[in-house]
Structures are given as structure tokens and as C-alpha cells.
Design a binder for this molecule. Structure first.
Ligand code: FES
Length: 106
């Protein structure tokens, strides 16, 4: 059963998180320090997460947030429909929940 992703409160604080990311048919697990973006944590762990601009503009890092909550500084590449589908930008997303599950193969 897939856990629903909750909409974080506006005052949600960044927290350290354990992250599971499914990418190209493989499952990767890594830690994300409080305040770090999911993309930075993935790249630091050697996970070949897609990225390009790293500024929230291009959408290359778009990923489905299956479990957990995040806050994003900017998400210009996300449409309202993308957000409704649970898509986030890994280069802008900072965890606000201790467990995060990402699906790149959506
Ligand atoms: S890498 Fe361009 S929006 Fe994240």
C-alpha cells in the first residue's frame, strides 16, 4: 500500500532523513542531512540522479515523492498538475520528514 504524501505545513522545519530512491530499476538508500536538498544528498552518495540547472527551472530532476514531506524554495518547472501528481524537484526539495521514498521511474 502506498502511503499518501502529506502537504507540509508552511512552518515545517528541515530534518535529517533516510531516503530510498528507485532509479532505473535499482533501489538506492542514503542519508540526507537537515537542510540539504535531496539532489545534493543523492549525488554525495554516488546515486546517478538526473540534474541539469540545479535551480528549479529545467525539470530534469523531477521525481515522484511516494512517502514523506518536503519543502521547496522554488519549483518553477512544476505545473499545478505535476504537484497534484506528487512530483517534486529534487534540486529544490528539503525533507521535513525523517523517511523519504522517491520514485524516478514514474
Ligand atoms: S535540475 Fe533543473 S529543475 Fe532541478
Amino acid at each position: 500500500m502506498t502511503e499518501q504524501t502529506e502537504t507540509p505545513k508552511e512552518d515545517a522545519a528541515p530534518v535529517a532523513a533516510e531516503v530510498t530512491a528507485r532509479l532505473n530499476g535499482e533501489e538506492h538508500r542514503f542519508s540526507c542531512a537537515a537542510g540539504d536538498t535531496l539532489l545534493d544528498a543523492a549525488l554525495d552518495a554516488g546515486v546517478p540522479a538526473p540534474c541539469s540547472c540545479c535551480e528549479g527551472h529545467c525539470g530534469t530532476c523531477m521525481v515522484q515523492l511516494v512517502e514523506g514531506t518536503v519543502i521547496m524554495e522554488g519549483a518553477l518547472a512544476l505545473s499545478r498538475r505535476d504537484k497534484a501528481r506528487g512530483l517534486i524537484l529534487a534540486c529544490q526539495a528539503v525533507p521535513t520528514a525523517p523517511k523519504i521514498v522517491l520514485e524516478y521511474d514514474w
